[in-house]
Design a protein around this ligand. Structure first.
Ligand SMILES: [Zn+2]
Length: 436
């Protein structure tokens, strides 16, 4: 299994820290408003990554956090006239319902910053003790220039970075590169700390939650490419400072989403909320549209893309429905195939979902032809289901009752005796029952 590691910019063989286990963390939303469809790309992508590791037989421990302590939440609380906790609860609830609607709810751990305040104090204290951080007027900053590998993830040189930064006049920091681990606040929600009232910095929150849940190092750290710098770079810097490691062995970043060739933004009015988008297209169609492009590449949303995805979804649905009927009528044994070498070949190359979708379409063709020619349908049926599970596609296939089966046989015998008026009547019943 090979993963493109954005830390080394190389395709690397996946070797887990603990045999048979995958520890994975993906940065979750800052819960101050509804998430947009761009935020759903990592969600859908890492759900697929999770499913594929499961398919390979790994025990996957998947965490994705809620950033529920953040200056943006303080601002939102003021605007909405409610408390920060109410803002966080409202948008956590909305996000969980998005996950449900997109069929991406498999996350094992959903830590919140508020549950890890004690860990955050301890973490910052240790960095100060190691002289990697310093307190200044109630703020605590990280000494970036003490990390010689700083910029390793985003391929930036520390000197270049330094010359590119505008230095503020009233700067409290020793170096313009230093970032805040703790920030003094004078309004909104504040937490007591050894450095006075304030809130923790976002980059610290994620590292602390990872360390608390998994220990010093995990296998995979994921997120959107926008998070590479400074967020993930700063997570790595803190982990190097405290634990002398890069926090994760494999860093994975998905590309962003454009709409009709333009970047999504509020000002362009092409900013689509996940909760609204799911009303336009069902989850299967959105996933097919996303998986047609490799996760690392930017993705362009067009009407054409969704029309095509719609057709693909319908083809899969139709053939599965027909096959399901024959399987139940004939009491055929399915679910025997657990591994398909072709799937492994395709997915072992850094989760090549565009090729997996092509293979899926081949199998749909095979299954259609097997149905037509009354050949064995169970093999292609099983393989299609394996792929659907990996991609997180869900099809509701009806379980037939004895009565349903009898009705179906009746329809067949009317057809055989060319009693078309009765056959049509029963056909209507079968359609109404979602059998045909
Ligand atoms: Zn994060």
């Amino acid at each position: 299994m090979k993963i493109y590691n954005t830390l080394t910019d190389k395709l690397e063989e996946f070797i887990p820290i603990e045999k048979g286990k995958v520890k994975m963390y993906v940065c979750g939303p800052t819960v101050y408003n509804y998430v947009h469809i761009g935020n759903m790309r990592p969600v859908i992508n890492f759900d697929m990554v999770y499913n594929y590791f499961k398919y390979l037989g790994y025990d996957v421990l998947y965490a994705s956090n809620f950033t529920d302590v953040n200056p943006k939440i303080i601002t939102a609380a003021k605007e909405l006239g409610i408390t920060e906790r109410e803002v966080a609860d409202k948008f956590i609830k909305a996000y969980l319902s998005d996950l449900e609607n997109y069929n991406c709810s498999k996350i094992d751990y959903r830590p919140r910053v508020i549950e890890h305040m004690e860990d955050i104090y301890n973490f910052i204290t240790k960095l100060i003790e190691k002289d990697m951080a310093y307190e200044k007027d109630g703020d605590v900053y990280f000494r970036v220039e003490k990390i010689k590998d700083y910029g390793i993830l985003s391929n930036q040189d520390i000197n270049e970075l330094k010359s590119g930064i505008r230095v503020e006049v009233d700067e409290k920091k020793e170096s313009p590169l230093d970032f805040a681990l703790w920030r003094k606040t004078t309004e909104g929600e504040q937490f007591e700390s050894p450095w006075g009232l304030g809130i923790p910095g976002w980059h610290t929150e994620c590292v602390v939650m990872i360390n608390s849940l998994f220990g010093e190092k995990i296998d995979i750290h994921g997120g959107g490419v926008d998070l590479k710098f400074p967020h993930h770079e700063n997570e790595i810097a803190q982990s190097i400072a405290l634990n002398n490691n890069t926090l994760a062995n494999y860093w994975m970043h998905n590309g962003h989403i454009n709409v009709d060739g333009e970047k999504m933004s509020k000002s362009l009015n092409n900013f689509i909320l996940a909760k609204d988008f799911i009303k336009l297209h069902k989850a299967n169609i959105i996933k097919i549209a996303l998986f047609k492009t490799h996760y690392r590449l930017p993705l362009n949303f067009t009407d054409e893309l969704f029309n095509e995805a719609n057709i693909v979804d319908k083809k899969i649905n139709d053939v599965l429905k027909q096959a399901n009927l024959q399987i139940q009528l004939g009491n055929l044994e399915v679910g025997k195939i657990k591994i398909d070498e072709r799937i492994n070949e395709i997915m072992d190359e850094d989760f090549n979902t565009p090729n997996l979708l092509s293979y899926l379409m081949e199998l749909v063709k095979d299954l259609n032809s097997a149905l037509r020619n009354k050949e064995d349908i169970t093999i292609s049926y099983d393989k299609i289901n394996l792929i659907n599970t990996i991609l997180g596609l869900k099809y509701d296939l009806k379980e037939l009752t004895t009565e349903d089966k009898e009705l179906y046989q009746k329809w067949l015998s009317y057809k055989e005796t060319k009693d078309f008026s009765n056959a049509d009547k029963i056909r209507e019943e079968l359609v109404a029952k979602n059998i045909l």
